[in-house]
Write a protein that binds this ligand. Structure first.
Ligand SMILES: CC(C)(COP(=O)(O)OP(=O)(O)OC[C@H]1O[C@@H](n2cnc3c(N)ncnc32)[C@H](O)[C@@H]1OP(=O)(O)O)[C@@H](O)C(=O)NCCC(=O)NCCS
Length: 169
């Protein structure tokens, strides 16, 4: 699998399509509800493909071989197997805190390629890339019911630090 930082020449439409066709209701966590992606727990926005396309467009910039060692950054990581797009991740770096940190905001492996170690390979690539950029802490969040993914994250050393609560008024 070839993993790289997506840039302005990347196929934004293919990235948005990969995200859209691999969605499940249990993926939705509070950040989906705090933006334009989802309307309520378990319910994606009707125009979710357009929302992904917009978000990806905002993150594609000049080509980068590695994550930047200075400043804040928001990027998309793409993974190809046999020249076919098989995975993506959204990553943010924030250096405006006592301990600078990364966030793996999204990670998606195409349904037909799951269970073959690609998700773990991509997570390890992201962790190494953040470490090489001088980042020593990484966060992620995931929908409460997305227990399969939690299994993978726990295996990689992630631990729960918060419980997010919500109430509709
Ligand atoms: C989560 C996801 C990225 C994992 O990708 P993957 O390529 O299927 O995972 P891998 O094959 O690398 O699995 C790595 C390990 O995690 C475990 N794992 C992965 N998905 C699992 C699941 N759904 N249930 C149980 N265990 C799971 C595997 O058993 C494996 O363990 P092992 O190394 O002991 O064999 C993929 O299932 C996905 O895209 N899901 C939809 C999007 C999502 O939920 N993303 C995470 C929230 S941000």
């Amino acid at each position: 699998m070839k993993i790289s930082i997506a840039n302005k020449s990347s196929d934004a439409e293919a990235l948005a399509e990969l995200f859209s066709i691999n969605l499940t209701p249990d993926y939705i966590s509070h950040s989906e509800l705090q933006g334009y992606r989802a309307l309520k727990p378990g319910q994606w926005a009707n125009d979710i493909h357009l929302q992904f396309l917009r978000e990806i467009g905002e993150r594609l910039a000049q080509p980068l071989k590695t994550m930047p060692a200075k400043g804040n950054w928001r990027g998309v990581i793409e993974a190809h197997g046999n020249d076919k797009l098989v995975g993506l991740a959204f990553v943010t770096i924030s250096r405006e805190s006592a301990v600078p940190f990364g966030i793996i905001e999204d990670i998606v492996i195409d349904k037909t390629h799951r269970g073959a170690g690609l998700g773990k390979e991509m997570m390890l690539w992201l962790i190494d890339g953040l470490r090489d950029a001088g980042i020593s802490r990484v966060f992620l969040e995931s929908g409460l019911g997305n227990t399969g993914a939690h299994h993978l994250f726990e295996q990689l050393g992630f631990k729960q630090v918060s419980i997010v609560m919500m109430r509709d008024l």
